[in-house]
Design a binder for this molecule. Structure first.
Ligand SMILES: [Zn+2]
Length: 281
């Protein structure tokens, strides 16, 4: 099944009513949870039943496998149709194909942006959609709002056969992970990386190298992954963001994040570089 979303804002004119066919993908949310088929293969429905109580309009997201893809929010009292259930995106992270999960994350972020930008942030006039764009404009003062993306860095700090892994007191999961933090206004990614590592574990780093990125829809982040070499200082958790932070050898790792996550991809690439695989960037 092709699952990659080709983004779009307006449905193709040709789609019309005929576009509402069984090949469509509908990301149907209720209070932030996604409607999926029950069972081991939790995919979103192929069409949205007209009798589901919608809250607001459907949003066209683009096409998956040539067929339309839509997002819609239901009222909080909506119930799942037979054979379906609502599930949180975090829980679906390791159960859905990566591309489908990312498309669902896009859907959730656009619905949330729609819900929270119904009125102008400057003068409180109701906003209107801008044709052909993912934007809302104030008819009184012309302020325009676009969906927001908040970049965050995620970094694997390494020193030969060891890397720093950490866990915060608020982390619900049992695994240890790489360090991460949000970019502040006016910062470069490299500056965020150096600041976060020093703040969270008291270590200075050098030679930051870009690895890759991953959208993270909680609520609207983009995780930008790096490797960085240890320069100075020994890890000590700050006690606020992190209560565990220390060196781990590549051959004695604790429980680490699931494979789909960029944190895990960073760890796997580093382990590979210590065991005869390609060197780090
Ligand atoms: Zn305004």
């Amino acid at each position: 099944m092709p699952s990659k979303l080709v983004p779009g804002v307006e449905p193709p004119a040709a789609a019309g009513d005929a576009g509402r066919d069984m090949a469509e993908t509908w990301f149907v949310f209720r209070n932030g949870d996604l409607l999926v088929r029950d069972g081991d293969d939790p995919i979103p429905p192929r069409s949205a039943s007209a009798d589901l109580p919608a809250e607001g309009d459907a949003h066209y997201l683009g096409a998956i496998g040539g067929a339309g893809c839509f997002a819609i929010a239901l009222t909080r009292d909506a119930t799942a149709p037979d054979g379906h259930a609502f599930a949180g995106l975090r829980a679906l992270f390791i159960r859905m194909p990566r591309e489908t999960w990312h498309a669902a994350g896009r859907a959730l972020q656009i619905l949330e942006w729609d819900r929270t930008h119904r009125f102008c942030g400057a003068c409180a006039t109701p906003t209107v959609a801008v044709p052909g764009e993912r934007a809302k404009k104030c008819p009184a003062c012309a302020l325009t709002a676009y969906p927001r993306v908040a970049p965050a860095i995620i970094v694997l700090v390494h020193r030969g056969d060891e890397a720093i892994l950490a866990r915060g007191p608020r982390t619900p999961a049992s695994f240890l992970s790489t360090l991460a933090g949000f970019v502040e206004p006016g910062e470069s990614l490299e500056e965020t990386l150096a600041r976060e590592v020093e703040e969270e574990v008291g270590v200075r780093v050098k030679n930051a190298r870009y690895f890759g990125s991953q959208p993270w829809p909680f609520p609207h982040s983009l995780m930008v992954g790096f490797f960085a070499e240890h320069d100075d200082g020994e890890p000590r958790p700050d006690g606020v963001e992190l209560d565990v932070a220390r060196w781990f050898r590549f051959d004695a790792l604790p429980v680490i994040p699931p494979r789909i996550s960029i944190a895990r991809q960073l760890i796997d690439a580093w382990v590979a570089s210590r065991t005869g695989g390609p060197p780090l960037p």
